[in-house]
Every structure is written in structure tokens, then in C-alpha cells.
Ligand binder design. Structure first.
Ligand code: NAI
Length: 345
């Protein structure tokens, strides 16, 4: 019996993500929360012949707190794709002003109503919204770092797709053989492609120009979608797939499955000092940066361990340099997110 709540369920990501969750047989209840149209989306999905009972929760007005409380009561996992997406010319950081308070308020509700739930944050800028969530939960005295996940899976999905195109390999076979670490925006995103010998043989033949193009495309691939949608938002369908892939991993682990069975597991942007060995890892390799996306191993919905890319993988000089650049950007975003909550009442 697993209850999943989606906050922002009526949006471009929220709707297809909720559809995928409705199809997962492990989900017994799917609560959809949004400030608009949550009931409509819930009614629609509720006609699909799978076991999950779908409920829609939409506040009647700004003061109405019952909808969010009902959506969160007893939930095991909350996925948050709530907030505004990018328009052409915007960076993810430009979204901070609007999305920071949306995340702060939603996570405060989770902390009060469902303090044991796993929280998956999709809303951008992830590099800052996850530190916001951590700070809010700390303030409430319910922060469990093993259950707070910044969803960076789309970067892995893109890296698998673009590398597959480059080395002529079915991209679905590259899951677990390439890792993306760092953060989730521009040059904070660091693809590491030298994971397994079979892939690295083909990778060795990639020209420097093609490699640079590949890295740039993984880092800025989101811009291609924003530009093509021309004002109608950012990635929604590929994001719903990626968000579902990560959520399904958490659901599987709740059901007792290990996430480390095939290759390297998906990465997530997590609070390292709260993960076993994370503080030492950060001090040794990341100049003490607290939040970083690393491949994580889950057990029962909680981070059990992570894979240290610097020891587990053959990191090249170029990749080392990419990590260094990423750390600079991350430090600023983490500080921005943390200060936002510290300055809030
Ligand atoms: P959208 O505008 O289509 O949907 C957002 C939904 O959130 C809307 O239905 C809106 O009513 C709802 N919402 C707004 N305030 C809310 C609140 N206080 N409580 C509950 N719901 C609320 O946007 P889209 O395209 O679905 O993107 C959502 C977020 O996901 C954006 O911040 C976007 O930047 C981010 N994103 C993250 C990615 C990642 O890789 N982590 C990839 C793509 C987008």
C-alpha cells in the first residue's frame, strides 16, 4: 500500500507524470494537488483500469489549507513539479523568484503533514530549490537527508540519448553505464562517460570536437526544447519520463528491490553531509560543497549509500575540470537557497 502525492499535478510535467504513476501497480493511492484543474486531471486518470485510487485536491481559495493537507496525509512519496517553467532567453536561475516560495511553502506542508515521506523535487532551479527544502525541513526539526531528492534524471536520460547517437549504440542500453553528476543547470551538469570498458572503447574514438559538443548538449539540451516550444514552456514529456524513472526507483526500493542491480544507479542531487560517507567525500573532492548529484543506492526509500565517481569511475582530466567549474556555480545557488529560508519568517 503506497500513497504517492504529486504537487503541481495539472501542469505540463505533472499530467504525464501522474499518468505514468497511475500505471505503476505498486501505487495504491495517487493524490493530485494543484492550485488549478487538479480535480479534472484526477477524474480523467481515475478511469484508467489500474488499482491506484486517484484523488484530486485543489484549494478553494488562498486561505484554504485542507486541500494540501488531504493530499499529503499518510503519503509515502511526494513528487513536486510545481511552479513556473522557463521561456526563451531565461536561465533556470531566473525562475528562483517565483519558485523559491512555492517550494518553501509546499515543503513546509509536507514537513508538518507527512514528515516521513520521501520528497522528489523537480521544480527549478533544482540547485537552489533542494537547499530551500532542506532548510525548511531543518527548521521544522524533521529533515531526513536520506529522503530528500533533487531530480536530475533528465540529464542522465539526455546523456544516454546523445551519447547513443554519437557512438551508434541503442541509448536505452546506456542506462547505468554513464553517470551525470554535479547540479542541474548549464555548466553545473557534468556527464561522466567512462564507466564501463565496453562503452569506453567506443568513447575513445570520439573526436575532441564531438566530445565537447556532447558535453555542451547535455549541459544545455534543455534550451533546445525551450527554444522549440517558443514560449510555451520547457521539457515536459521527457521530464515526465525521467521523473517517473526516478520515482519508480524509489517505489521499487520501498518494495524491497535494490537500485544497484544493473550498472550504476541514477544520480540525485542530495545533501551529502546527511548521507553515509558524504561529508568526507565532499571535503576530499568537492571543496566541502554540501549539495551534489551523485549515483545513489536506495533501500526502503532511503539513501543507503552513494557511488563515489572519483573512486568508482575512471575520471579524465577534462571531467575533473568540468567538476571544478560546476562547484563554483553550485556554491552560489546553494547559498541563495539557504539564505532565502534563513531570511524568511
Ligand atoms: P507548468 O506551468 O506547465 O506546470 C506547473 C504547475 O504547477 C501548474 O499546473 C501550476 O498551476 C502548478 N502550481 C503553481 N504553483 C503551485 C503551488 N503553489 N502548489 C501546487 N501547484 C502549483 O510547468 P512545467 O513545465 O510542468 O514545469 C514545472 C517545473 O519543473 C518548472 O519549475 C520547471 O522549470 C521544472 N523542470 C524541471 C526539470 C528537471 O529536470 N528537474 C526539467 C523541466 C522542467
Amino acid at each position: 500500500m503506497v500513497k504517492v502525492t504529486v504537487c503541481g499535478a495539472a501542469g505540463g510535467i505533472g499530467q504525464p507524470l501522474s499518468l505514468l504513476l497511475k500505471l505503476n501497480p505498486a501505487v495504491s493511492e495517487l493524490a493530485l494537488f494543484d492550485i488549478v484543474n487538479a480535480k479534472g486531471v484526477a477524474a480523467d486518470l481515475s478511469h484508467i483500469n489500474t488499482p491506484a485510487v486517484v484523488t484530486g485536491h485543489q484549494p478553494a481559495n488562498k486561505e484554504d489549507k485542507t486541500a494540501i493537507v488531504d493530499a499529503l496525509k499518510g503519503t509515502d512519496l511526494v513528487v513536486i513539479p510545481a511552479g513556473v517553467p522557463r521561456k526563451p532567453g531565461m536561465t533556470r536561475a531566473d525562475l528562483f523568484n517565483i519558485n523559491a516560495s512555492i517550494i518553501r511553502d509546499l515543503v513546509a506542508n509536507i514537513g508538518r503533514t507527512a514528515p516521513n515521506a520521501a520528497i522528489l523535487i523537480i521544480s527549478n532551479p533544482v540547485n537552489a530549490t533542494v537547499p530551500i527544502a532542506a532548510e525548511v525541513l531543518k527548521k521544522l526539526g524533521v529533515f531526513n537527508p536520506g529522503k530528500l531528492f533533487g531530480v536530475t534524471t533528465l540529464d542522465s536520460v539526455r546523456a544516454e540519448t546523445f551519447l547513443g547517437e554519437l557512438i551508434n549504440v541503442n541509448p536505452s542500453q546506456l542506462q547505468g553505464r554513464i553517470s551525470v553528476v554535479g547540479g542541474h543547470s548549464g555548466d553545473t551538469i557534468v556527464p561522466l562517460i567512462n564507466v564501463t570498458p565496453d562503452v569506453s572503447a567506443k568513447v575513445a574514438n570520439i573526436s575532441k570536437a564531438d566530445y565537447d559538443k556532447f558535453v555542451n548538449r547535455v549541459q544545455f539540451g534543455g534550451d533546445e526544447v525551450v527554444k522549440a516550444k517558443n514560449g510555451a514552456g520547457s521539457a515536459t514529456l521527457s521530464m515526465a519520463y525521467a521523473g517517473y524513472r526516478f520515482a519508480a526507483g524509489v517505489l521499487n526500493s520501498l518494495g524491497g528491490a535494490s537500485t544497484s542491480s544493473s550498472g550504476v544507479p541514477d544520480s540525485s542531487y542530495v545533501y551529502l553531509p546527511g548521507v553515509p560517507g558524504g561529508k568526507e567525500f565532499s571535503a576530499k573532492y568537492l571543496n566541502g560543497v554540501d549539495f551534489f548529484s551523485v549515483p545513489i543506492v536506495l533501500e526502503n526509500g532511503v539513501i543507503k549509500s552513494f557511488i563515489n565517481p572519483f573512486e568508482h569511475m575512471k575520471i579524465t582530466q577534462k571531467e575533473q575540470e568540468l567538476v571544478k567549474v560546476a562547484l563554483g556555480g553550485l556554491e552560489k545557488s546553494i547559498e541563495q537557497g539557504t539564505n532565502f529560508v534563513k531570511g524568511s519568517k
